[in-house]
Design a binder for this molecule. Structure first.
Ligand SMILES: Cc1cn([C@H]2C[C@H](O)[C@@H](COP(=O)(O)OP(=O)(O)OP(=O)(O)O)O2)c(=O)[nH]c1=O
Length: 195
């Protein structure tokens, strides 16, 4: 597993990212960036997740002169349209209606930053997710649980409801949940051995 002789800071308020990084045995503290993601416009999904994850890391880096900062950003992309987190229940319902019966892509970008050397590495992963047709009652019931509200595309593949909307995926499952574990693990090993 990863052995890091330095303070590691997870620059994220996402409980999913917390759990996923704990799952691979990483020791870290949490310091969310509080970045306003709504005011941010970009051209491509790749650029969006790479730039936002970098911004989150750089924001939190200001507080830690000698640490490794880890951050990420997840979006859903349907027919070229970037879908982030819904602003309310109505928007969550609209998002789920759009995703029904279709295949979308989930992009997660992540950044690793050493605040002492200023070495920075960012990368992203993409997973295709096929939804079955979901009906309005199912959408209403799920949205009423409140769970979709803090999630890109208004669903969690790991949720009770979200799980049964998904017919199949192609790619990394953990990438959909919010952090591409294998890609991150390999990147982190390279990052640490380059020191
Ligand atoms: C598609 C999908 C997203 N998500 C979540 C992961 C992320 O927490 C969230 C996307 O929003 P993000 O802006 O990437 O992350 P966040 O606001 O939750 O946390 P922070 O910016 O502080 O790191 O959607 C799931 O939990 N399951 C899913 O299936």
């Amino acid at each position: 597993m990863l052995k890091i002789n330095k303070t590691v800071v997870l620059a994220s308020a996402s409980p999913r990212r917390y759990n996923l990084l704990k799952q691979i045995g990483l020791s870290f503290i949490v310091h969310p960036s509080g970045l306003d993601e709504d005011s941010f416009q970009t051209s491509s999904p790749e650029e969006h997740v790479l730039t936002l994850s970098k911004k989150k890391a750089l924001e939190v880096a200001k507080n830690y002169p000698n640490a490794i900062i880890i951050s990420a950003d997840t979006i859903v992309v349907l027919d070229g349209e970037i879908i982030s987190k819904p602003k309310d229940q109505e928007e969550a319902k609209l998002m789920l209606k759009k995703l029904s019966g279709k295949t979308h892509r989930v992009y997660t970008g992540f950044t690793i930053l050493d605040t002492k050397t200023n070495k920075i590495y960012s990368d992203f992963e993409v997973t295709d997710v096929k939804f079955r047709e979901i009906d309005e009652d199912e959408i209403d019931e799920y949205v009423a649980t409140g769970s979709p509200l803090d999630k890109a595309g208004a669903y969690g593949i790991q949720d009770d409801y979200g799980a049964v909307f998904v017919e199949r995926i192609n790619g990394c499952f953990y990438n959909v949940v919010g952090f591409p574990l294998t890609k991150f693990y390999l990147a982190m090993k390279r990052f640490l051995s380059d020191d």
